[in-house]
Design a protein. Structure first.
Length: 160
């Protein structure tokens, strides 16, 4: 079966805080953006701090934050198609990633390029906690074109 190549590698569940589920940042997302976020969250490896005492419920942290990789091709196979379409389009997935970044749920660590075989890497962010407040920092990765005409990846932070 074709979908066997695209599996969720870690645990069989995803933990999401109630505060996130009820936040304006999450509630304002499209269904596809929520699906993409859940798929990205499923790639995160959570660990408790080593000094946490047993039975004390210390806060877990994401061990591989900043190294989360999720390709468009994987998402096209994993996400459910809506409105009678065979698969989710690349433009829909791109819009989902942009909206996740705009509301502070993820940060793009490395903006990939498919033609150059550079994978995008993402980090889960806590900026969503201040979404809609004056203290919210709108951080996006910008892409520039270099003199040779090849798209160069620069992680210059743009403040909107």
């Amino acid at each position: 079966m074709e979908n066997e190549l695209y599996f969720l590698p870690h645990d069989n569940f995803v933990i999401i805080e109630n505060e996130l589920l009820c936040s304006p940042a999450f509630l304002g997302l499209t269904a596809t953006a929520k699906d993409v976020y859940l798929m990205l969250r499923s790639r995160a490896i959570a660990e408790k701090p080593k000094d946490a005492r047993p039975g004390r419920g210390g806060r877990a942290f994401v061990k591989n934050n900043g190294e989360l990789v999720l390709s468009y091709k994987e998402l096209q196979h994993l996400l459910p198609a809506r409105q009678g379409k065979k698969r989710v389009s690349s433009s829909t997935i791109s819009a989902a990633f942009r909206s996740l970044e705009a509301c502070g749920l993820i940060d793009v660590v490395v903006a990939g390029q498919g033609r150059m075989k550079i994978k995008s890497r993402y980090a889960l962010s806590q900026r969503w906690r201040s979404y809609g407040k004056p203290s919210f920092q709108d951080v996006r990765v910008s892409r520039h074109v270099n003199r040779a005409g090849v798209r160069a990846l620069k992680t210059a932070r743009v403040t909107a």
